[in-house]
Design a protein around this ligand. Structure first.
Ligand code: HEC
Length: 117
């Protein structure tokens, strides 16, 4: 009889453990890397917004050469890069529209909280 009780206890313990660990797995958030300035945004700005927005390259427009500058102007940047190239205020000025993936990177960066790195 003692043996059976022990057996039942083990089964119960296994059941509880399995249940707990499986619900834990199901509720864990997916580990998707967040978009950040240094890894995702900086290179797009450097490739598409030079020289105009880089004072050290001779640009005379408002600087977009640092995390602080780009994050402070994110709303205006988002508005302008999503315009049609023929619209007034479109950026990058005198260049083709950014690739869809690059525009998405800016949008997602804002949605993810504008992290620097
Ligand atoms: C060929 C030069 C050139 C390039 C390249 C360029 N811009 Fe500009 N940008 C300008 C000029 C000129 C203005 C000012 C005229 C205006 O407001 O439309 C300006 C203005 C802006 C402003 C408004 C700043 C303010 O003074 O409030 C933002 C934001 C901006 N650009 C973002 C960008 C972004 C983001 C890129 C790259 C994806 C980019 N620009 C690429 C020339 C450029």
């Amino acid at each position: 009889m003692k043996r059976m009780t022990a057996c039942l206890l083990v089964i119960a313990a296994i059941t509880v453990f399995t249940y707990c660990s499986s619900t834990k797995k199901a509720s864990a958030p997916p580990t998707v890397a967040k978009v950040n300035y240094q890894a995702n945004v900086m290179s797009i700005v450097q490739a598409n917004c030079t020289p105009c927005h880089f004072p050290d390259k001779g640009g005379r427009k408002k600087a977009l050469d640092s995390y602080a500058a780009v994050s402070a102007q994110i709303d205006e940047i988002l508005r302008r890069i999503q315009l049609n190239p023929t619209d007034r205020g479109f950026m990058p000025d005198r260049k083709p529209k950014l690739a869809e993936a690059d525009i998405k990177a800016f949008v997602q960066w804002k949605a993810d909280g504008l992290a620097e790195k």
